[in-house]
Write a protein that binds this ligand. Sequence first.
Ligand code: 5GP
Length: 196
Amino acid sequence: MYSHKPFMLIVSAPSGCGKTTLLHMLRDKVDGIGFSVSHTTRPKRKNEVDGIDYHFVSRDEFAKMLDAGFFVESATVHLNAYGTSFTAVDTLLAKGDDVLLDIDVQGMQRLKSAKRYDFISIFIMPPSLGELESRLRRRNTDSDSVVRQRLKNAEKEIKSASLYDYMVVNDDLNAAFLELSAIITAERLRTARIIF
Ligand code: 5GP
């Protein structure tokens, strides 16, 4: 049997596009995928688990780690610091897993310029801004001003979609999941990644 050299999959999306659901589906249904757990200074949400969703750290701890060169890339998103550690990525790659990274546009661009890792990037797109607004309002978790801020951010982020290798529109969840799986399958079959 042939195997392939493991690679990284960067997935970005404006909030409300169903990215988290899609990533959980990938993690649960596609073999050989590991999830890179980022560090963040953002407070933990009710349903989140430290060490699984994020490593939650103080601003002080984060600053020390940053100075010590602990992160492959880091960025400030909505006033909080987020970073991908070398440990998170390298441990999974060494196991032979393809590594899924849920990071924003800045993070993707930093990884691209670092030229250190083999990665592909996928942008999840809402069917339209109107549909994104309905989803954010249906979720009923944010105030009107937060929804408007998220929509403004989404408009900005969508302009960066062309910097990514692939774009998947999340209109129907299962169709989007199948498209993501197809991208992963094709990338695993690239001869450049096959170990002969
Ligand atoms: P949330 O706080 O809602 O979990 O995430 C907010 C944003 O931060 C999302 O767009 C997510 O992709 C991004 N993010 C999460 N971890 C990292 C990271 O390690 N690096 C970067 N650049 N962005 C991250």
